[in-house]
Design a protein around this ligand. Structure first.
Ligand code: SF4
Ligand code: SF4
Ligand code: SF4
Length: 279
């Protein structure tokens, strides 16, 4: 009986994740009278729940499963087949047109409100850019972090100015322009991300310095309910956790203001590396 309860407890987080996404799926389906939302959020929630369950079963590529299931779905199905620009330019575009549809809903759930609950889980489990960057050879950064985070504000401003200028100029055929912007934008992101990863020997360099979406993600994830916490009574200060962190987080400090706290992508590499089970 006790063994059964322990097994069920292990799967509480995947079940909760699935229920949260089902809640969003059913609410949007009914309020917007569109079955697409039921399919979309059920698919994403199920993919994440499966990956979290695999993690509980100690499958080492559990996070990669979620990245590929969700990342390819958004990039290939929503982006290339359904012609939805899911990049930040698409968000501005739908926001300016006043349409609360795919890209705006996606940003609201995954990148603006969601991080209040699951921090930067998007970056660890679903982003189609990081899905490729995480395949590169520098999973652990070889050099100390650079103070280049300001570049993200530049790319953020550029995306806003680009879409704003199209609107001000009353350019026609915006849907087609946004589709091509999605393709060109993704090629540019992959090229910049891969070049930076090799130049700085850090797979996640693009995420740390260039990605405009972090302008939303960082402040929201500061308040995240889900966070890596350190049990100080178990910790022996061996530093193994910090050595494997791809985002240079000081996860042994439990305060919200810990070093690079809003960079945590919840990959659990630190927890896996801890010999004392303190994380
Ligand atoms: S920081 Fe940007 S590119 Fe990196 S995983 Fe997050 S959303 Fe994707
Ligand atoms: S290693 Fe730990 S602290 Fe670093 S990003 Fe992953 S979960 Fe967060
Ligand atoms: S790996 Fe574990 S024991 Fe070592 S410093 Fe990190 S939390 Fe403490």
């Amino acid at each position: 009986m006790k063994e059964g309860a322990r097994k069920i407890k292990k799967f509480i987080i995947p079940i909760l994740m699935w229920l949260i996404f089902e809640g969003v799926a059913v609410t949007l389906w009914l309020t917007k009278d569109n079955a697409f939302y039921l399919f979309n959020f059920s698919y994403i929630g199920t993919s994440l729940a499966v990956a979290l369950a695999l993690y509980q079963l100690h499958y080492r590529h559990a996070r990669r499963v979620a990245q590929f299931l969700v990342g390819t779905y958004i990039l290939v199905y929503l982006g290339l087949i359904c012609n939805e620009n899911m990049q930040i330019e698409g968000f501005w575009y739908y926001l300016f047109t006043g349409v609360f549809e795919a890209a705006t809903i996606h940003y609201a759930v995954a990148k603006i409100l969601g991080p209040l609950v699951f921090g930067r889980g998007w970056c660890g489990y679903a982003c189609w850019t990081a899905m490729i960057l995480d395949l590169l050879p520098y999973k652990i950064p070889r050099y100390p972090r650079k103070k280049w985070g300001w570049i993200r504000y530049l790319t953020f401003a550029l995306s806003l100015v680009f879409v704003g200028a199209l609107f001000l100029a009353h350019v026609g055929n915006m849907e087609k322009i946004m589709f091509w912007a999605f393709i060109i934008g993704n090629v540019a992101y992959y090229a910049a991300g891969i070049a930076l990863a090799f130049a700085l020997k850090d797979n996640r360099a693009f995420c740390k310095y260039l990605c405009p979406i972090t302008v939303f993600l960082k402040p929201m994830s500061y308040f995240s309910l889900l966070r890596i916490q350190c049990d100080q009574s178990k910790c022996v200060s061996c530093g193994k956790c910090k050595r494997v962190c791809p985002m240079n987080v000081d996860m042994t400090d439990n305060s919200r203001r810990r070093k690079n706290g809003t960079e945590c992508i919840l990959c659990f590499e630190c927890a896996k590396a801890c010999p004392k089970d303190a994380l």
